[in-house]
Design a protein around this ligand. Structure first.
Ligand code: FEO
Ligand code: CA
Ligand code: CA
Ligand code: CA
Length: 590
């Protein structure tokens, strides 16, 4: 094992101890503020937030619910366009006690939920010696479940995307379940439509066996939906609109510098529960996008464009580079361990060579209009990507969450959040890249593409972290002494500071304390030295992280989740008896 070195630049702070406070607790010597919270004004004319008098029209101008991904795009000195995903709604926490009946929501309540989805673009400014502040600007924008999107790429206009409301198969109303995302080198934002399946009803009433198998593989909702949206718009009723679910599950692109632009759904990147999408430019200038499918036993993908990147963020460069995402090759990952299978015993014990590691290859699924998968047209590969990847023999992973290239060392990092079904009866057993049965704390994967080229079809990999309680034998912290690290469970989002240290936010901590944000150096003697930088309020998930040399931004998602207005478990950030409000916070030294 490595011996601990000096604190690495960017990680020189005293770790926060695990806790269950209803507060954002940050490392000593740091301050914090709320940048913007659910209900705060985003665009002109937004009324003051009043949950007792909320309307859909008000919500469509206010900051949405359940902030997840946060991207900052420079827009001047100490000024950024902040782009935020609003992943999903928790109606029982959004309306005052006794005013929301889950069995019988009102039409207005349902429309409020639609308006609380999507994304926000908000200009933010850094105050001298302080945090970020949201300001009004001509760029401020809300995108909701009612905003029109343009469908592009090989599945645009596909028969599988046509509905009674859109005979073209090229115009989709809205985006939903936008989980994580990425800022592109050309200054736009990619956002992944993740758990889109949960809002649909009655997929069990579809009788055609091929359609039924496809709906099932994507777990599209059966029977009455939890939110009952199908009562107010038939597009959520799969029995009436069997293709509507095919219009979600894409990577969408937003151009925050052009507030009038029509956002795009990029079909060449495949359709699955996209957690995020992050770009790396290949040696020859082709654009590579990494994305994971967050489901137990699902896959890691990458897309390699046909055309080449033009550096810059001008509107010309943005248009050129965005169009690159519409033609290329879609791959899925297959991993191979280098230790004998008998040494991977499912307990998390390291094999004799001292590492969970090996090599892998990218299997091409389709390129342009050519399919490489038997029994699938290219169109079917893009729309029913999961089934094509099943057929191709990809490696079943422990819920791939965020994936991001490290801008300093060039390697790629993926959070595999957990998979309690690993090794269960009738399910896939362990392999070297998913080495624990009943994996409840997750792990962090690192790989390098051959020749350091993002377009390579081969790579080598190793697990950086096998998460959990460092005091137990089933965890691994990059070889760093385990008595000196913070416990970490359920890694979800990943980010890098300017020094190339990895920052990990968590969702679903099983170790009895709140979720949080952690730093971990990935090079030198401090590699694997996990330190907790902050904890989020009770019931919340830590999202978003942006880590600059100056400040950290986190999205506090679903504070008090699983509480109710009458028995809330969080009143963050407003305190007293207020409804908990998902919010973006900034943290700085001072
Ligand atoms: Fe929305 Fe995979 O977390
Ligand atoms: Ca090995
Ligand atoms: Ca996530
Ligand atoms: Ca998660």
């Amino acid at each position: 094992a490595a011996s601990p070195g000096r604190p690495v630049p960017g990680t020189d702070f005293e770790p926060v101890a695990p806790n269950t406070q209803d507060a954002l607790v940050v490392a000593k010597g740091h301050q914090q503020n709320v940048v913007i919270r659910w209900g705060d004004p985003v665009v002109g004319g937004a009324p003051k937030f009043d949950p007792a008098k909320q309307t859909a029209a008000a919500q469509a101008k206010q900051f949405g619910y359940n902030n997840d991904f946060v991207g900052l795009i420079e827009n001047g000195r100490d000024r950024w366009l902040m782009v935020v995903n609003h992943e999903y709604t928790t109606e029982v926490q959004m309306f005052p006690a006794g005013t929301y009946d889950a069995n019988n929501p009102t039409e207005e309540q349902v429309k409020i939920a639609w308006a609380a989805h999507g994304l926000s673009v908000v200009q933010v400014e850094k105050r001298r010696g302080g945090g970020l502040e949201a300001v009004s600007s001509r760029y401020n924008r809300r995108i909701t479940l009612d905003t029109e999107f343009e469908v592009r790429g090989p599945a645009a206009g596909s028969k599988y995307l046509k509905t009674s409301a859109d005979a073209s198969g090229k115009r989709v109303r809205g985006t939903q379940n936008n989980c994580s995302g990425g800022v592109t080198p050309w200054g736009t934002v990619l956002s992944g439509e993740e758990n889109f399946h949960q809002y649909f009803a009655n997929s069990d009433k579809v009788t055609d066996p091929t359609t039924q198998a496809r709906l099932k593989r994507y777990a599209i909702g059966t029977g009455t939906s939890t939110r009952k949206w199908e009562r107010f718009d038939k597009r959520w009723d799969v029995a009436q609109e069997p293709n509507e679910p095919n219009r979600f599950g894409w990577v969408v692109e937003i151009d925050p510098n052009d507030p009038d632009s029509t956002p795009v759904k990029h079909t060449a990147l495949g359709r699955f529960k996209h957690e995020a999408a992050n770009v790396k430019i290949a040696r020859d200038g082709r654009v590579v996008v990494y994305s994971g499918d967050d489901e137990r036993f699902d896959y890691i993908y990458k897309f390699v464009s046909k055309g080449k990147y033009k550096p810059g963020t001008s509107s010309l460069a943005r248009r050129h580079n965005s169009a690159l995402l519409d033609e290329g090759t879609l791959y899925v990952a297959k991993f191979k361990g280098d230790s004998p299978a008998a040494e991977i015993d499912g307990t998390g014990k390291l094999p004799a060579d001292g590492e969970f590691d090996g090599t892998g290859e990218w299997i091409a699924l389709a390129s342009g209009d050519k399919s490489f998968v038997d029994g699938f047209t290219a169109e079917e590969v893009y729309v029913f990507t999961r089934l094509a990847a099943d057929k191709a023999g990809a490696t079943k992973m422990d819920r791939p969450e965020d994936i991001e290239p490290n801008p300093v060392n060039g390697r790629i990092y993926a959070a595999l959040t957990n998979n309690t079904d690993r090794g269960a009866a009738g399910k896939a057993g362990v392999d070297e890249v998913n080495p624990r049965n009943g994996n409840k704390n997750g792990h962090v994967l690192e790989w390098e593409e051959d020749h350091g080229d993002a377009a390579s079809t081969k790579f080598s990999w190793r697990l950086l972290l096998v998460c959990g309680d460092p005091a137990t034998a089933d965890t691994y912290f990059g070889g760093f002494p385990k008595d000196q690290v913070s416990p970490i469970s359920c890694p979800d989002n990943v980010a890098f500071d300017p020094y190339g240290n990895l920052w990990i936010s968590t969702d679903g901590n099983t170790l009895g304390s709140n979720d949080g944000l952690f730093s971990v150096p990935v090079e030198g003697p401090e590699r694997g030295h996990v330190k907790q930088f902050l904890t989020v309020p009770y019931g919340a998930e830590t999202c978003g992280p942006v880590v600059t040399g100056d400040f950290v931004v986190v999205a506090v998602q679903h504070p008090g989740e699983n509480g109710t207005p009458t028995a809330p478990t969080s009143h963050w950030p407003d305190g007293g008896n207020s409804l908990a409000r998902p919010a973006v916070a900034s943290v700085w030294r001072g």
